[in-house]
Design a protein around this ligand. Structure first.
Ligand code: CIR
Length: 263
């Protein structure tokens, strides 16, 4: 069991009714809130089925994108960093998350400058990869690197591909040295040295999955990716993501996954 794949806890937030106004790159219509909440419940159940303690926070109606809790913080065994989302409408979400994480960590560390969204930060078995994107800037990445280097991590900046919201929209960690990634991201070379399973063409949205304890939580509707992972020996749980996808959300965005320091 490795800290990059195994966690004792997760935090999620029930989708607010205001999610109909959530940010989206391309408007394909508003999500159906009842269906979005049903998918969210199935997601929480899949996390709990792995044995983790999952806290589900009350909906935050003032923040339409607040179901995507991943973007508010970076949680590591040594500490939690409260991030500053690049999207102005999302900054208050991070402030809401700080007292929640203080309950688990005691103190939390605010990002002192710049902007970083958690969707751009991938923790692997050997390093932290941070994708520069429309939401995550160099000042934020440098500030984050300073904080995590104090905890013994090496942080490497990468480029989130153009037209991709977050770095982890295009990749996920399957095992400490193994990634699931789109061909587009793998072709940039930033994943060199890792074992990379490429999602089949046409199933790029399946790259936003999560390894959570003994399960790989995959968005439903990508049968070739599911089969590839099954053949590679992973236990796959498929969760509906049609509604969250209308807001450019996927499996990683919906939780903060962590193991707080003991005591
Ligand atoms: C946004 O544009 O910020 C939200 N609608 C989607 C955030 C998805 N989060 C993630 O990929 N970590």
């Amino acid at each position: 069991m490795h800290p990059s794949t195994h966690f004792t806890h997760a935090i999620c937030r029930t989708p607010p009714a205001s999610a109909v106004r959530g940010l989206r790159a391309v408007d394909t219509g508003a999500p159906d809130i009842a269906l979005l909440r049903a998918d969210h419940e199935a997601y929480v159940a899949a996390l709990r089925a792995t044995g983790a303690r999952v806290e589900v926070l009350a909906p935050a109606e003032d923040f339409p994108d607040s179901l995507f809790v991943e973007d508010t913080a970076l949680c590591l065994p040594q500490g939690a960093v409260i991030l500053t989302p690049g999207a102005p409408s999302r900054r208050g979400e991070a402030e809401l998350m700080a007292p929640v994480l203080e309950r688990f960590y005691g103190e939390v560390t605010p990002l002192p400058r710049g902007h970083v969204e958690g969707g751009d930060v991938l923790v692997t078995g050997r390093e932290i990869l941070a994708g520069l994107s429309a939401r995550t800037d160099r000042a934020g990445v440098l500030a984050l690197a300073e904080i995590v280097s104090g905890w013994g991590y090496t942080l490497r900046a990468a480029e989130t591909p153009p037209d991709v919201l977050h770095f982890k929209t295009a990749c996920s960690l399957l095992a400490p040295e193994t990634l699931l990634a789109t061909r587009q991201l793998a072709a940039t070379g930033c994943l060199a040295g890792y074992e990379v399973l490429e999602v089949p063409a046409g199933e790029e949205a399946a790259a936003n999955a999560i390894r959570f304890n003994d399960a790989v939580i995959l968005p439903a509707g990508f049968p070739r990716t599911a089969e590839m992972l099954d053949k590679a020996g992973y236990t796959v749980a498929e969760i509906g993501n049609e509604q969250a996808a209308k807001l450019d959300g996927g499996m990683s965005c919906l939780s903060l996954r962590f193991s707080p320091p003991a005591g």
